[in-house]
Design a protein around this ligand. Structure first.
Ligand code: AMP
Length: 373
């Protein structure tokens, strides 16, 4: 469906066209009309399906069409679990809203709050925040959410997983009860659905793909390999497929750092992003990866959540995740926006039970890796 059939206002249409989008994706054309209509929405969509635009575009439109009730104040809040996602969402708002007089700010921990606070003082219409920093700044009296019109909980499953549930509950108490609420998640376990129903009013539920399914555009395979052989296997895969850019998932921060050292020793440029790295180091690693200065980015789940990297051809699970939904998120970093992708998972003896639960969740047996994969 074309964006213009969704009755998107001209300044946003112009920005969307400039971004090169011709058609709305399923989550976009199914969700946008309800959001524009003022409904609460639960959106369940795979990663890489255009989920961010499905809320950013109608929010921009609603904020433009509805006059602010007070002159200054935060009108929309997007809560998201990680710093990278906060930045990414704010970049999306900037792209789609470039012809609108609406201001955005992403706030997150790990960096000084000084700039964030001075931006807030100037006035912000759309605030994109991680829960910890938001709570901090609310407690310091730098943020007042009484003017809020729209609240978005992004990556809700992960948010609750990462122990943010109490923060989210506290934040919910500080926003007006008369508001529009939207909840997005790639997976929808039953506890998320019941949490969602506790703060959404008559939500319209939109599922664009079967729950927890993985994108068809991703060629998945599994390699049964002993721990000691993983490094050699990884190097040979990187070489055999002449992989220009791959994202490798490690379960631990220590494991990620160790793998970087081992690959660098073999002359393969690599960097790690995880929770112990400073925000600057994380952004640098990501920039170097996007600019092809490093071929391999090694990430733990926390750091890699939701990251959008164009032309990421390969994801490798150096270790399988022990939470099956995480597998769906990890491999969803590739095969995005109509491109094809490859996801190769290493499975040692101890992880066979994890593989079983993943296969149960995605509803099929992942084929074994072969040389032609
Ligand atoms: P997301 O699921 O929000 O992380 O989006 C995944 C990618 O799809 C991002 O790179 C977006 O810029 C891109 N994208 C979003 N909507 C569209 C669209 N309608 N057409 C083409 N690409 C899109």
């Amino acid at each position: 469906m074309n964006f213009k059939d969704l009755e998107i206002i001209q300044p946003i249409m112009k920005a969307v066209t400039k971004a090169g989008y011709s058609k709305a994706t399923p989550i976009q054309y199914k969700t946008i009309p309800y959001i524009l209509n003022g409904n609460d929405v639960i959106g369940c969509a795979q990663t890489g399906t255009g989920k961010t635009a499905s809320f950013a575009i109608p929010i921009l439109q609603l904020l433009t069409q509805n006059k602010a009730t007070v002159k200054q104040g935060i009108r929309a809040l997007i809560l998201t679990p990680t710093r990278e996602l906060a930045i990414q969402i704010s970049d999306n708002f900037e792209t789609y809203g470039q012809y609108l007089p609406i201001s955005y700010l992403a706030i997150f921990g790990g960096v000084s709050q000084v700039n964030q606070v001075s931006q807030l003082r100037k006035g912000v219409d759309v605030l994109i925040a991680t829960p910890g920093r938001l709570q901090d700044l609310i407690n310091q009296g730098c943020i007042d959410l009484r003017t809020l019109e729209i609240f978005v909980l992004d990556e809700a499953d992960r948010m609750l997983d990462m122990g943010f549930v109490n923060d989210v509950k506290k934040i919910l108490k500080k926003i007006p009860s008369k508001r529009q609420s939207l909840l997005f998640s790639a997976t929808m376990p039953s506890e998320i659905r019941s949490f969602a129903h506790s703060f959404l009013i008559n939500p319209v539920e939109i599922n664009v793909t079967p729950i927890s399914s993985t994108a068809k555009s991703i060629n998945q395979s599994v390699c049964f390999v002993e721990k000691a052989e993983k490094l050699n296997l990884l190097i040979s895969i990187l070489e055999k497929h002449s992989i220009k850019r791959s994202l490798i998932f490690s379960r631990t921060k220590h494991g990620a750092d160790k793998l970087v050292k081992q690959l660098m020793k073999q002359g393969i440029q690599a960097a790690a992003i995880h929770g112990n790295k400073s925000q600057n180091a994380r952004q640098n690693a990501l920039e170097n990866f996007k600019n092809n200065r490093i071929r391999v980015l090694i990430a733990t789940d926390i750091a890699a959540r939701g990251i959008d990297i164009d032309e990421l051809s390969h994801v490798v699970n150096y270790e399988l995740p022990n939470v099956p939904e995480t597998y769906v998120h990890r491999i969803g970093r590739t095969g995005r926006a109509g491109n094809n992708g490859t996801a190769i998972s290493f499975c040692d003896n101890e992880q066979k039970k994890d593989l079983k639960s993943i296969q149960k969740l995605i509803g099929f047996k992942i084929p074994e890796y072969t040389l032609t994969t």
